[in-house]
Design a binder for this molecule. Structure first.
Ligand code: NAP
Length: 350
């Protein structure tokens, strides 16, 4: 029998959709993602990008750090300790995601730990095929698969992932290998400024390598980075190679001047942080949903989560190249749930 609503993705948009559709007695199924090495490497494990952050200070409802009892009981000891170690004045990203997941479960959401690898939206009920070979039919689908950080695509980046190469300073910046050592950040946008600033808490120096002579970042964030004595910009420079060895991981980064390719410089560093934007997770859609010019799912009606396929809705970062916040993702997850509920009712699928 076809599912009423299947939600693909397990970030704030996915869980908000699940909480709302579960409370509307639509018995949602969340396909939260698979625990594969590939997903780990590209940052697309279950619970989304927030699970890769530490403190979340801007999510309404978490002003103080007193969520203890539930978290102590519900989460395995080692993971709980990691969360506790990274707690500040709010809730941590991983905690927030565990809490959302639990809240969805409380109202009867069912969860499948698997990836959707193929969809068929040409027939109804829609058909979803998973990595483990399950074929799931759904009357309505909410796509909430989020986005992932980009890398330059150098073989040397792949080689040293988890050995000094990262796309998430807040996840990895506090690791011992970066303490009081120089590190390199790539990019010129707000993310690069933010990552560089964050890393100055731990690193002895942060090289900010940018391919132009002007940052794309907002003036306030660019000015703050440039005023930081620990940050040294490397203008008009691109990365040739991440240097290192199997034993110690990253030991440096070779950069090249864009105007004079013979000008090569080796920066000594134990870390390489790529901050050059994000890619929405849409490959599995096989071109069946209309995307915008940046590759994000297009909402076909303003202020509605409708896609070009009736009965398929999109929420969160996969459909948002602009706001990209936990709260906006959760908000659009709620919108998608209400849109799906109303669509199902209008079609008589109650
Ligand atoms: P972004 O604004 O698109 O910036 C990406 C940066 O990476 C650009 O400087 C770009 O260079 C560089 N880049 C892209 N591809 C590259 C390549 N192949 N080689 C070398 N450099 C490359 O992305 P973002 O910084 O992730 O920000 C995305 C959005 O989130 C923005 O709207 C931003 O304002 C927002 N955001 C806000 C905050 C905040 O307010 N706290 C924090 C983070 C992000 P060019 O400049 O030459 O194109």
């Amino acid at each position: 029998m076809a599912e009423h609503v299947v939600i693909i993705g397990s970030g704030p948009a996915g869980w908000a959709s699940a909480i709302y559709t579960a409370r509307a007695t639509l018995h949602p199924l969340v396909i939260e993602g698979a625990l594969t090495e590939e997903n780990r490497m590209q940052g697309t494990l279950p619970l989304g990008q927030l699970a890769l952050t530490t403190e979340v200070e801007n999510y309404p409802g978490f002003p103080v750090a007193n969520l203890g009892q539930y978290l102590d009981n519900a989460i395995d000891k080692e993971r709980r300790q990691y969360m506790a170690d990274h707690r500040g004045h709010g809730v941590s990203g991983p905690e927030l995601m565990e809490l959302m997941r639990q809240q969805a479960l409380n109202f009867g959401t069912r969860i499948l730990t698997d990836d959707v690898v193929k969809v068929d939206f040409s027939k109804h009920p829609f058909q979803l095929t998973t990595l483990e070979g399950k074929v799931i039919e759904a009357l309505a689908v909410i796509v909430a698969t989020g986005a992932r950080a980009n890398y330059l695509g150098l073989p040397s980046e792949d080689r040293f992932k988890n050995q000094g190469v990262s796309a998430c300073a807040v996840c990895d910046g506090a690791l011992p290998r970066f303490r009081n050592k120089p590190v390199v950040v790539i990019g010129g946008g707000d993310s690069a400024m933010e990552e560089a600033g964050y890393l100055t808490k731990f690193a002895s120096k942060v090289y900010l390598v940018h391919r132009r002579d002007k940052f794309r970042a907002s003036k306030i964030m660019a000015d703050r980075a440039l005023a930081n004595p620990k940050i040294e910009p490397k203008w008009n420079s691109v990365v040739d190679e991440v240097l290192g060895n199997d034993k110690t991981g990253v030991t440096g980064v070779r950069i090249r001047h864009v105007d004079d390719p013979s000008r090569v410089e080796e920066l000594e560093a134990t870390g390489y942080f790529c901050a050059i934007g994000h890619t929405p997770n849409t490959d599995f859609l096989g071109g069946q949903l209309t995307l915008n010019e940046k590759g994000y799912i297009l909402w076909t009606t303003p202020q509605r989560t409708y896609t070009n396929v009736e009965g398929v809705f999109a929420a969160g970062d996969v459909a948002d190249d602009y706001y990209r916040q936990a709260i906006t993702a959760a908000g659009s997850g709620c919108m998608a749930a209400l849109d799906a509920e109303r669509w199902l009712a209008a079609k008589g699928f109650e």
